[in-house]
Design a protein around this ligand. Structure first.
Ligand code: PAF
Length: 287
């Protein structure tokens, strides 16, 4: 595995791989890798153990642009030595670890990408500027790597929808793939931020997925009223944890529009604070 922090070096390596006829796969991350990230490498490597077909680029960059002034940019967990080992073992070909200076040489980006509407609500309503920061850095990564395909995890479902919209609106010539959320045995979605939880919060946090799964079962059993479903989730989280609910919403999975009645493919998404740790999760239900 090659590691570089430089855009020019990355471009040279990717160019060679492309000239060898390989498909360029980009897995953008903020590091502190867990199996959620590594499972995406595994998916790209499936049936390609000899690295003949796919050239896997993983980026690790804690993007300051997507953190609000009172958010966890400074304390976001970082461990490049461990990440490099895990990325190599998983089968990454090129690990891109740019500095802030390499990504934002002028200290800020005068150009930003703002995907309206799908960014406005859910997490976007509570994290002003977050999706603008995400869309801007992902657009930069797309322009730097020029991948054929880029992978994004379902845990950040709104992020996926924002990026999908950006790719469509700006005619970016690549495919984006939604990869399944990977969970601990008790249901908690893997996230680098789980490392912030104290033992009691960690014990309570699986209530998020348990309440979502229970909601999905109620829908499958015939309940179609979003309010009934939302109340059930809210009650369960309140009863079984000290988590402070930021939002629980049911939206059309395709474009995050509001739903009056549950029908077709919907996403139930939530954000809950455990102390100073903000966790998100979601489930997609088809009826
Ligand atoms: O999901 C993440 O880890 C980040 O938002 C991403 C896509 C790497 C952009 O910084």
């Amino acid at each position: 595995m090659k590691i570089t922090e430089y855009i020019a070096v990355l471009r040279e390596n990717v160019k060679q791989a492309r000239n060898q006829g390989k498909t360029i796969v980009l897995i953008p991350t903020m590091g502190f890798l867990h199996y959620g990230h590594l499972s995406m490498v595994e998916a790209a490597r499936q049936g390609d153990e000899e690295h003949e077909r796919n050239y896997i680029v993983m980026s690790i960059f804690v993007n300051p642009l997507q953190f609000g002034p009172n958010e966890d940019y400074d304390r976001y967990p970082r461990d490049l030595i461990r990440d490099s080992r895990l990325a190599q073992e998983a089968g990454v070909d090129l690990l891109f670890v740019p500095s802030v200076q390499e990504m934002y040489p002028e200290g800020e980006s005068l150009t930003t990408v703002n995907v309206t509407k799908v960014s406005a609500e859910l997490c976007g309503a509570h994290r002003p500027g977050h999706f603008q920061g995400v869309a801007t850095v992902v657009n930069k990564l797309f322009n730097i790597v020029l991948p054929d395909v880029a992978y994004f995890g379902q845990k950040d479902y709104q992020q996926f929808i924002v990026i999908k919209q950006m790719v469509k609106d700006l005619n970016i010539p690549l495919k984006i793939a939604l990869m399944p959320t990977i969970r601990e045995a008790d249901g908690l979605a893997l996230s680098s931020r789980n490392s912030y939880l104290n033992p009691e919060q960690r014990k309570q946090a699986p209530v998020l997925f348990n309440s979502l799964r229970n909601a999905a079962e109620l829908i499958q059993a015939g309940e179609r009223n979003p309010e009934v479903i939302l109340n059930t989730i809210e009650q369960r989280i309140r009863n079984e944890s000290d988590g402070q609910i930021e939002y629980i919403e049911i939206r059309k999975a395709e474009n995050l529009e509001k739903v009056e009645k549950i029908n077709g493919s919907v996403v139930i998404a939530l954000a809950v604070h455990f102390g100073s740790t903000r966790l998100i999760d979601n489930i997609i239900v088809e009826v």
